[in-house]
Design a protein around this ligand. Sequence first.
Ligand SMILES: Cc1cc2nc3c(=O)[nH]c(=O)nc-3n(C[C@H](O)[C@H](O)[C@H](O)COP(=O)(O)OP(=O)(O)OC[C@H]3O[C@@H](n4cnc5c(N)ncnc54)[C@H](O)[C@@H]3O)c2cc1C
Length: 367
Amino acid sequence: MVGAGPAGALCACSLARAGLSVLLLEKTHFPREKPCGGGLTPKAAALLPFSFQSVVEGEVKRAILCLPGVEALEINWDRPVCFLVRREILDTHLAEQARQAGAFLREGEEVVRIEETGEAVTVTTAGGASYRAQLVIGADGALSRVARLVGRPYPRHFALAAALIPPPAWAEKRDTILIDLEALPYGYGWVFPKIDHLNAGVGSFAATRELRFYWENFLRRNGLARPFRLRAHPLALAGKETELGRGRVMLLGDAAGLVDPLTGEGLYAAFRSAELAARAILEKGVGERAVSRYRELVKASLLREYHFAYRLARLFYRFLPLIARYFSSRPEKIRYFWEFLFFGGYAELFRRVGARYWEKLLCGYLN
Ligand SMILES: Cc1cc2nc3c(=O)[nH]c(=O)nc-3n(C[C@H](O)[C@H](O)[C@H](O)COP(=O)(O)OP(=O)(O)OC[C@H]3O[C@@H](n4cnc5c(N)ncnc54)[C@H](O)[C@@H]3O)c2cc1C
Protein backbone atom coordinates (compact mmCIF):
# COMPACT_ATOMS: atom_id res chain seq x y z
CA MET A 1 0.00 0.00 0.00
CA VAL A 2 1.53 3.32 -1.06
CA GLY A 3 0.27 6.13 1.21
CA ALA A 4 -1.24 5.84 4.69
CA GLY A 5 -3.90 8.57 4.36
CA PRO A 6 -7.59 7.77 4.92
CA ALA A 7 -7.91 5.46 1.88
CA GLY A 8 -4.66 3.57 2.41
CA ALA A 9 -4.98 3.21 6.17
CA LEU A 10 -8.56 1.97 6.05
CA CYS A 11 -7.89 -0.54 3.27
CA ALA A 12 -4.75 -1.79 5.04
CA CYS A 13 -6.74 -2.14 8.25
CA SER A 14 -9.48 -4.26 6.60
CA LEU A 15 -6.98 -6.51 4.79
CA ALA A 16 -4.77 -7.00 7.85
CA ARG A 17 -7.83 -7.82 9.97
CA ALA A 18 -8.70 -10.51 7.38
CA GLY A 19 -5.24 -12.04 7.88
CA LEU A 20 -3.40 -10.73 4.79
CA SER A 21 0.18 -9.50 4.94
CA VAL A 22 0.09 -5.73 4.25
CA LEU A 23 3.02 -3.33 3.99
CA LEU A 24 1.95 0.31 4.33
CA LEU A 25 4.55 2.80 3.05
CA GLU A 26 4.06 6.44 4.06
CA LYS A 27 6.40 9.20 2.94
CA THR A 28 5.80 11.46 5.97
CA HIS A 29 5.73 10.86 9.72
CA PHE A 30 2.48 11.07 11.70
CA PRO A 31 1.04 13.39 12.85
CA ARG A 32 1.30 15.18 9.49
CA GLU A 33 -0.84 17.92 7.96
CA LYS A 34 -3.07 17.53 4.91
CA PRO A 35 -4.81 20.64 3.50
CA CYS A 36 -8.48 19.86 4.14
CA GLY A 37 -11.61 21.38 5.68
CA GLY A 38 -11.89 18.36 7.95
CA GLY A 39 -15.65 17.99 7.38
CA LEU A 40 -16.54 14.33 7.93
CA THR A 41 -20.09 13.55 6.80
CA PRO A 42 -22.21 10.92 8.57
CA LYS A 43 -22.19 8.75 5.42
CA ALA A 44 -18.34 8.77 5.45
CA ALA A 45 -18.15 8.20 9.21
CA ALA A 46 -20.52 5.23 8.89
CA LEU A 47 -17.86 3.42 6.82
CA LEU A 48 -15.35 3.40 9.69
CA PRO A 49 -15.28 -0.02 11.39
CA PHE A 50 -13.93 1.45 14.64
CA SER A 51 -14.72 4.37 16.91
CA PHE A 52 -13.66 7.85 15.78
CA GLN A 53 -15.40 9.95 18.47
CA SER A 54 -12.10 10.68 20.24
CA VAL A 55 -10.91 12.75 17.24
CA VAL A 56 -14.09 14.80 16.71
CA GLU A 57 -13.67 18.52 17.54
CA GLY A 58 -17.19 19.64 16.74
CA GLU A 59 -20.62 18.44 15.62
CA VAL A 60 -22.45 20.65 13.13
CA LYS A 61 -26.09 21.42 13.88
CA ARG A 62 -26.36 24.82 12.21
CA ALA A 63 -25.25 26.11 8.81
CA ILE A 64 -25.21 29.66 7.51
CA LEU A 65 -25.64 29.49 3.78
CA CYS A 66 -24.77 32.50 1.59
CA LEU A 67 -26.41 32.39 -1.83
CA PRO A 68 -26.14 34.99 -4.60
CA GLY A 69 -28.75 37.75 -4.65
CA VAL A 70 -30.68 36.68 -1.52
CA GLU A 71 -30.30 37.07 2.27
CA ALA A 72 -28.06 34.54 4.01
CA LEU A 73 -30.08 31.58 5.30
CA GLU A 74 -29.69 29.89 8.65
CA ILE A 75 -30.47 26.17 8.68
CA ASN A 76 -30.83 24.21 11.92
CA TRP A 77 -30.91 20.49 12.66
CA ASP A 78 -31.60 18.59 15.86
CA ARG A 79 -28.87 16.01 15.11
CA PRO A 80 -25.29 16.41 13.82
CA VAL A 81 -25.10 16.68 10.02
CA CYS A 82 -21.30 16.75 9.89
CA PHE A 83 -18.38 16.02 12.23
CA LEU A 84 -15.44 18.42 12.35
CA VAL A 85 -11.99 16.89 12.62
CA ARG A 86 -8.37 17.94 12.18
CA ARG A 87 -6.73 15.83 9.54
CA GLU A 88 -3.45 15.44 11.36
CA ILE A 89 -5.36 13.87 14.26
CA LEU A 90 -7.86 11.82 12.21
CA ASP A 91 -5.15 10.43 9.93
CA THR A 92 -2.89 9.50 12.86
CA HIS A 93 -5.83 7.64 14.40
CA LEU A 94 -6.55 5.76 11.15
CA ALA A 95 -2.91 4.78 10.60
CA GLU A 96 -2.75 3.57 14.21
CA GLN A 97 -5.85 1.40 13.63
CA ALA A 98 -4.14 -0.17 10.60
CA ARG A 99 -1.00 -0.83 12.63
CA GLN A 100 -2.97 -2.38 15.47
CA ALA A 101 -4.80 -4.61 12.98
CA GLY A 102 -1.43 -6.05 11.92
CA ALA A 103 -0.36 -3.96 8.89
CA PHE A 104 3.39 -3.12 8.78
CA LEU A 105 3.45 0.68 8.78
CA ARG A 106 6.74 2.20 7.60
CA GLU A 107 6.83 5.99 7.96
CA GLY A 108 9.36 8.21 6.16
CA GLU A 109 9.40 5.85 3.14
CA GLU A 110 8.61 7.72 -0.08
CA VAL A 111 7.90 5.50 -3.06
CA VAL A 112 9.73 6.83 -6.10
CA ARG A 113 9.56 3.97 -8.61
CA ILE A 114 7.11 1.17 -9.39
CA GLU A 115 7.82 -1.58 -11.94
CA GLU A 116 5.48 -4.36 -12.94
CA THR A 117 7.35 -7.52 -13.84
CA GLY A 118 5.20 -10.54 -14.69
CA GLU A 119 3.83 -12.02 -11.49
CA ALA A 120 4.95 -9.19 -9.17
CA VAL A 121 5.36 -5.46 -8.76
CA THR A 122 8.59 -3.96 -7.42
CA VAL A 123 8.43 -0.73 -5.49
CA THR A 124 11.53 1.37 -4.76
CA THR A 125 11.69 4.07 -2.09
CA ALA A 126 13.72 7.29 -1.94
CA GLY A 127 16.00 5.66 0.64
CA GLY A 128 16.90 2.95 -1.89
CA ALA A 129 14.90 0.09 -0.31
CA SER A 130 12.95 -2.11 -2.69
CA TYR A 131 9.95 -4.37 -2.05
CA ARG A 132 8.26 -7.02 -4.18
CA ALA A 133 4.49 -7.48 -3.90
CA GLN A 134 1.76 -9.43 -5.67
CA LEU A 135 -0.36 -6.28 -5.76
CA VAL A 136 0.36 -2.58 -5.28
CA ILE A 137 -2.37 -0.24 -4.10
CA GLY A 138 -1.82 3.44 -4.83
CA ALA A 139 -3.45 5.48 -2.06
CA ASP A 140 -0.91 8.28 -2.34
CA GLY A 141 -3.28 11.18 -2.86
CA ALA A 142 -4.04 13.69 -5.62
CA LEU A 143 -0.40 13.96 -6.77
CA SER A 144 -0.03 10.17 -6.80
CA ARG A 145 3.09 8.68 -8.34
CA VAL A 146 1.34 5.33 -8.70
CA ALA A 147 -1.44 7.00 -10.71
CA ARG A 148 1.12 8.53 -13.10
CA LEU A 149 2.37 5.00 -13.74
CA VAL A 150 -1.07 3.89 -14.93
CA GLY A 151 -1.62 7.08 -16.89
CA ARG A 152 -3.87 9.32 -14.82
CA PRO A 153 -2.93 12.99 -15.43
CA TYR A 154 -2.49 15.54 -12.64
CA PRO A 155 -5.78 17.10 -11.42
CA ARG A 156 -6.67 20.52 -12.83
CA HIS A 157 -8.81 21.76 -9.92
CA PHE A 158 -7.63 23.19 -6.64
CA ALA A 159 -8.79 24.11 -3.16
CA LEU A 160 -7.10 26.35 -0.68
CA ALA A 161 -7.45 26.11 3.11
CA ALA A 162 -6.03 28.09 5.99
CA ALA A 163 -6.12 28.08 9.76
CA LEU A 164 -7.28 31.36 11.33
CA ILE A 165 -7.45 32.66 14.87
CA PRO A 166 -11.23 32.85 15.51
CA PRO A 167 -12.63 36.40 15.78
CA PRO A 168 -14.87 36.95 18.88
CA ALA A 169 -18.06 36.55 16.81
CA TRP A 170 -17.09 32.92 16.13
CA ALA A 171 -15.99 32.01 19.66
CA GLU A 172 -19.42 30.63 20.65
CA LYS A 173 -20.22 28.95 17.35
CA ARG A 174 -18.60 25.55 17.65
CA ASP A 175 -21.65 23.82 16.11
CA THR A 176 -22.02 26.29 13.21
CA ILE A 177 -20.43 26.25 9.76
CA LEU A 178 -20.53 28.86 7.01
CA ILE A 179 -20.93 27.84 3.37
CA ASP A 180 -20.59 30.76 0.96
CA LEU A 181 -21.69 30.04 -2.60
CA GLU A 182 -21.03 33.67 -3.55
CA ALA A 183 -17.33 33.36 -2.79
CA LEU A 184 -16.35 32.34 -6.31
CA PRO A 185 -17.93 31.08 -9.52
CA TYR A 186 -18.29 27.27 -9.76
CA GLY A 187 -17.21 26.66 -6.19
CA TYR A 188 -17.72 27.81 -2.63
CA GLY A 189 -16.01 29.12 0.46
CA TRP A 190 -16.31 27.54 3.90
CA VAL A 191 -15.59 28.24 7.55
CA PHE A 192 -15.36 25.17 9.79
CA PRO A 193 -14.64 25.82 13.50
CA LYS A 194 -12.11 23.62 15.29
CA ILE A 195 -11.13 23.64 18.98
CA ASP A 196 -8.37 26.28 18.71
CA HIS A 197 -8.81 27.76 15.22
CA LEU A 198 -11.13 28.28 12.28
CA ASN A 199 -10.50 26.40 9.07
CA ALA A 200 -11.44 28.74 6.19
CA GLY A 201 -11.00 27.90 2.54
CA VAL A 202 -12.28 28.06 -1.01
CA GLY A 203 -12.54 25.28 -3.56
CA SER A 204 -13.16 25.57 -7.26
CA PHE A 205 -14.81 23.09 -9.61
CA ALA A 206 -13.62 25.06 -12.63
CA ALA A 207 -9.90 25.33 -13.36
CA THR A 208 -9.08 28.85 -12.10
CA ARG A 209 -5.77 30.60 -11.47
CA GLU A 210 -7.38 33.17 -9.19
CA LEU A 211 -8.13 31.07 -6.17
CA ARG A 212 -6.07 33.21 -3.82
CA PHE A 213 -7.81 36.37 -4.98
CA TYR A 214 -11.26 34.82 -4.30
CA TRP A 215 -10.08 33.49 -0.97
CA GLU A 216 -8.84 36.91 0.21
CA ASN A 217 -12.16 38.50 -0.81
CA PHE A 218 -14.02 35.74 0.98
CA LEU A 219 -12.12 36.43 4.23
CA ARG A 220 -12.65 40.19 3.91
CA ARG A 221 -16.41 39.86 3.26
CA ASN A 222 -16.83 37.64 6.30
CA GLY A 223 -14.73 39.80 8.63
CA LEU A 224 -12.09 37.11 9.11
CA ALA A 225 -8.51 37.82 10.14
CA ARG A 226 -5.42 36.89 8.18
CA PRO A 227 -4.37 33.26 8.38
CA PHE A 228 -1.47 31.72 10.21
CA ARG A 229 -1.19 28.73 7.85
CA LEU A 230 -2.27 28.76 4.23
CA ARG A 231 -2.05 25.67 2.02
CA ALA A 232 -3.30 24.88 -1.49
CA HIS A 233 -3.78 21.36 -2.78
CA PRO A 234 -5.33 19.75 -5.88
CA LEU A 235 -8.89 18.48 -5.82
CA ALA A 236 -8.89 15.15 -7.66
CA LEU A 237 -12.48 15.44 -8.89
CA ALA A 238 -14.26 12.38 -10.25
CA GLY A 239 -14.87 12.56 -13.98
CA LYS A 240 -13.40 11.49 -17.30
CA GLU A 241 -9.88 11.31 -15.82
CA THR A 242 -10.79 8.92 -13.01
CA GLU A 243 -8.56 5.83 -13.23
CA LEU A 244 -9.06 2.79 -10.98
CA GLY A 245 -5.97 0.79 -11.90
CA ARG A 246 -4.79 -1.93 -14.24
CA GLY A 247 -2.60 -5.02 -14.19
CA ARG A 248 -1.44 -5.54 -10.61
CA VAL A 249 -1.95 -1.91 -9.62
CA MET A 250 -5.09 -0.50 -7.96
CA LEU A 251 -5.85 3.15 -7.20
CA LEU A 252 -7.93 4.40 -4.27
CA GLY A 253 -9.34 7.75 -3.09
CA ASP A 254 -7.65 10.87 -4.47
CA ALA A 255 -5.06 8.79 -6.32
CA ALA A 256 -7.90 7.42 -8.46
CA GLY A 257 -9.60 10.84 -8.81
CA LEU A 258 -12.72 10.16 -6.78
CA VAL A 259 -13.60 13.51 -5.15
CA ASP A 260 -17.31 14.41 -5.32
CA PRO A 261 -17.72 16.84 -8.27
CA LEU A 262 -20.63 18.68 -6.62
CA THR A 263 -19.43 19.15 -3.03
CA GLY A 264 -15.66 18.50 -3.09
CA GLU A 265 -16.07 15.84 -0.41
CA GLY A 266 -13.25 13.29 -0.66
CA LEU A 267 -13.22 11.37 2.62
CA TYR A 268 -16.36 9.39 1.76
CA ALA A 269 -14.86 8.15 -1.52
CA ALA A 270 -11.51 7.45 0.16
CA PHE A 271 -13.24 5.19 2.69
CA ARG A 272 -15.67 3.66 0.19
CA SER A 273 -12.97 2.85 -2.36
CA ALA A 274 -10.88 1.33 0.46
CA GLU A 275 -13.82 -0.84 1.47
CA LEU A 276 -14.49 -1.96 -2.13
CA ALA A 277 -10.79 -2.70 -2.77
CA ALA A 278 -10.61 -4.89 0.33
CA ARG A 279 -13.79 -6.67 -0.71
CA ALA A 280 -12.44 -7.32 -4.24
CA ILE A 281 -9.15 -8.70 -2.87
CA LEU A 282 -10.88 -10.97 -0.37
CA GLU A 283 -13.23 -12.25 -3.11
CA LYS A 284 -10.70 -12.74 -5.91
CA GLY A 285 -7.34 -13.16 -4.18
CA VAL A 286 -4.26 -10.95 -4.37
CA GLY A 287 -3.67 -10.36 -8.07
CA GLU A 288 -5.01 -9.03 -11.38
CA ARG A 289 -8.50 -10.51 -10.95
CA ALA A 290 -8.96 -8.42 -7.82
CA VAL A 291 -8.14 -5.27 -9.82
CA SER A 292 -10.82 -6.10 -12.41
CA ARG A 293 -13.34 -6.87 -9.66
CA TYR A 294 -12.52 -3.58 -7.91
CA ARG A 295 -13.14 -1.65 -11.13
CA GLU A 296 -16.54 -3.35 -11.50
CA LEU A 297 -17.51 -2.59 -7.91
CA VAL A 298 -16.51 1.09 -8.06
CA LYS A 299 -18.20 1.59 -11.43
CA ALA A 300 -21.44 0.09 -10.14
CA SER A 301 -21.54 2.23 -7.02
CA LEU A 302 -19.36 5.33 -6.56
CA LEU A 303 -18.96 6.17 -10.24
CA ARG A 304 -22.65 5.72 -10.90
CA GLU A 305 -23.37 8.21 -8.13
CA TYR A 306 -20.73 10.65 -9.37
CA HIS A 307 -22.00 10.46 -12.92
CA PHE A 308 -25.20 11.92 -11.58
CA ALA A 309 -23.38 14.35 -9.25
CA TYR A 310 -21.33 15.68 -12.17
CA ARG A 311 -24.44 16.52 -14.15
CA LEU A 312 -26.14 17.96 -11.11
CA ALA A 313 -23.04 20.11 -10.40
CA ARG A 314 -23.08 21.56 -13.90
CA LEU A 315 -26.70 22.60 -13.52
CA PHE A 316 -26.34 23.72 -9.92
CA TYR A 317 -23.41 26.10 -10.38
CA ARG A 318 -24.59 27.36 -13.76
CA PHE A 319 -28.08 28.27 -12.59
CA LEU A 320 -27.17 29.20 -9.01
CA PRO A 321 -28.92 32.61 -8.96
CA LEU A 322 -32.21 30.97 -10.02
CA ILE A 323 -31.77 28.11 -7.59
CA ALA A 324 -30.94 30.61 -4.81
CA ARG A 325 -34.19 32.47 -5.43
CA TYR A 326 -36.15 29.22 -5.32
CA PHE A 327 -34.49 28.03 -2.08
CA SER A 328 -34.61 31.39 -0.29
CA SER A 329 -38.34 31.04 0.34
CA ARG A 330 -38.13 27.27 1.01
CA PRO A 331 -35.37 26.63 3.61
CA GLU A 332 -36.93 23.25 4.50
CA LYS A 333 -36.05 22.07 0.97
CA ILE A 334 -32.38 22.94 1.50
CA ARG A 335 -32.39 21.00 4.72
CA TYR A 336 -33.83 18.00 2.86
CA PHE A 337 -31.29 18.25 0.01
CA TRP A 338 -28.40 18.63 2.49
CA GLU A 339 -29.49 15.51 4.35
CA PHE A 340 -29.44 13.48 1.14
CA LEU A 341 -25.91 14.64 0.34
CA PHE A 342 -24.49 14.09 3.81
CA PHE A 343 -26.37 11.04 5.04
CA GLY A 344 -27.63 8.91 2.17
CA GLY A 345 -25.69 10.15 -0.81
CA TYR A 346 -26.78 10.36 -4.42
CA ALA A 347 -27.91 6.72 -4.48
CA GLU A 348 -30.53 7.59 -1.89
CA LEU A 349 -31.52 10.74 -3.81
CA PHE A 350 -31.81 8.59 -6.94
CA ARG A 351 -34.02 6.06 -5.22
CA ARG A 352 -36.35 8.64 -3.74
CA VAL A 353 -36.91 10.82 -6.77
CA GLY A 354 -36.65 8.15 -9.44
CA ALA A 355 -33.37 7.66 -11.27
CA ARG A 356 -34.93 7.49 -14.68
CA TYR A 357 -36.77 10.76 -14.29
CA TRP A 358 -33.66 12.65 -13.21
CA GLU A 359 -31.34 11.14 -15.79
CA LYS A 360 -33.80 11.87 -18.59
CA LEU A 361 -34.38 15.38 -17.38
CA LEU A 362 -30.71 16.24 -16.80
CA CYS A 363 -29.27 14.53 -19.88
CA GLY A 364 -31.98 16.05 -22.07
CA TYR A 365 -31.25 19.44 -20.59
CA LEU A 366 -27.48 19.30 -21.10
CA ASN A 367 -27.24 17.60 -24.49
C1 LIG B 1 -8.34 22.36 0.70
C2 LIG B 1 -9.10 21.06 0.71
C3 LIG B 1 -10.19 20.91 1.58
C4 LIG B 1 -10.88 19.68 1.62
N1 LIG B 1 -11.91 19.54 2.52
C5 LIG B 1 -12.55 18.35 2.63
C6 LIG B 1 -13.57 18.16 3.62
O1 LIG B 1 -13.87 19.04 4.42
N2 LIG B 1 -14.21 16.95 3.65
C7 LIG B 1 -13.88 15.93 2.80
O2 LIG B 1 -14.51 14.85 2.86
N3 LIG B 1 -12.90 16.09 1.87
C8 LIG B 1 -12.21 17.25 1.78
N4 LIG B 1 -11.20 17.40 0.87
C9 LIG B 1 -10.77 16.22 0.09
C10 LIG B 1 -9.95 15.26 0.98
O3 LIG B 1 -8.95 15.99 1.66
C11 LIG B 1 -9.28 14.14 0.16
O4 LIG B 1 -10.23 13.64 -0.74
C12 LIG B 1 -8.77 13.02 1.05
O5 LIG B 1 -7.67 13.46 1.80
C13 LIG B 1 -8.34 11.81 0.21
O6 LIG B 1 -7.74 10.83 1.01
P1 LIG B 1 -6.61 9.88 0.37
O7 LIG B 1 -6.25 8.88 1.42
O8 LIG B 1 -7.06 9.39 -0.95
O9 LIG B 1 -5.35 10.84 0.07
P2 LIG B 1 -4.48 11.74 1.07
O10 LIG B 1 -5.28 12.18 2.22
O11 LIG B 1 -3.83 12.77 0.22
O12 LIG B 1 -3.36 10.73 1.61
C14 LIG B 1 -2.30 10.31 0.78
C15 LIG B 1 -1.16 9.80 1.65
O13 LIG B 1 -0.13 9.28 0.81
C16 LIG B 1 1.14 9.77 1.23
N5 LIG B 1 2.01 9.77 0.04
C17 LIG B 1 1.94 10.60 -1.04
N6 LIG B 1 2.88 10.26 -1.95
C18 LIG B 1 3.56 9.20 -1.44
C19 LIG B 1 4.65 8.41 -1.92
N7 LIG B 1 5.21 8.65 -3.11
N8 LIG B 1 5.10 7.38 -1.14
C20 LIG B 1 4.51 7.11 0.08
N9 LIG B 1 3.48 7.86 0.58
C21 LIG B 1 3.01 8.87 -0.17
C22 LIG B 1 0.82 11.17 1.76
O14 LIG B 1 1.83 11.64 2.63
C23 LIG B 1 -0.51 10.92 2.46
O15 LIG B 1 -0.34 10.49 3.79
C24 LIG B 1 -10.50 18.60 0.77
C25 LIG B 1 -9.44 18.78 -0.12
C26 LIG B 1 -8.74 19.98 -0.15
C27 LIG B 1 -7.58 20.12 -1.09
